[in-house]
Design a protein around this ligand. Sequence first.
Ligand SMILES: Cc1cc2nc3c(=O)[nH]c(=O)nc-3n(C[C@H](O)[C@H](O)[C@H](O)COP(=O)(O)O)c2cc1C
Length: 257
Amino acid sequence: MILYYSASGNTEHIARILAKKLDDECLDLRERIRSHDYTEVCSQKPFVICAPVYVSEMPRFLRDYIKRLPFRGSREVYYVFTCGVKEGIAGALAETITVRKDMVYMGHTGIAMPSNYIVSNMFPAPTHDKCVQLIRDAEKKAEETAEIIKNGGRLVSYKVDPISKALTIPLNAFWSKFMQPTKKFFTTDKCVGCGKCSKVCPLNNIHMENKRPVWEAPCAHCMACISNCPTEAIEYSDITQKKEKYHISKYLDKTGG
Ligand SMILES: Cc1cc2nc3c(=O)[nH]c(=O)nc-3n(C[C@H](O)[C@H](O)[C@H](O)COP(=O)(O)O)c2cc1C
């Protein structure tokens, strides 16, 4: 069974390629996370957890969900991370969670894709051509990954050194607490009050007031609201206005995906 969370479609796209190649079912965890639904998942085939990378690890809300979720059937778990550059320490932390669940960690892989983190000036959005190329390469890597999983092999990635791990864990805690404010989100006149942003928020933290979204804390800055807005009406501070709003669906027809 392939389980995934995806804000702007990258991870979903990879999860679906894996499901197709492995002839397995694909489960979107968004609604379950939103509604705190911990109904057990059952599969005789290995579990494959697909997640984006946030500040070098899997999203903390997803990590907490996986920790509590009961798994039945297969004891083997693979992880497939999509990231803008590198998966950081995501694999090392995933291994710890898996072992604590008394399951078998079958390794992880990181798949570079266009970065959806458009609310920071530190990370420039990739150009259109670069996005197309990244997605094409990612699709290839997903197919290779599926082949390894199909043959029962382990996914091998680089080894995380203890210093990076020791530095990243507090950085991530700091980032999650102080660097993801919601007060800078706003909507422009393009907002039609459809409420989609509220429905896609994995933390259920956006509510509608007078047909306009209101963001509450905590926010994971996952970009689901910005990426999925049908009229591209959501902006963040003065950072996003000149940036292309990223969602993979804008590129799929151009990659044959
Ligand atoms: C809050 C946040 C933090 C991110 N941090 C990293 C990171 O540390 N390293 C990295 O390579 N990509 C990072 N990214 C980029 C995403 O991991 C990448 O674009 C991913 O494919 C998005 O997946 P999705 O479209 O399924 O949501 C970050 C994105 C977000 C939203």
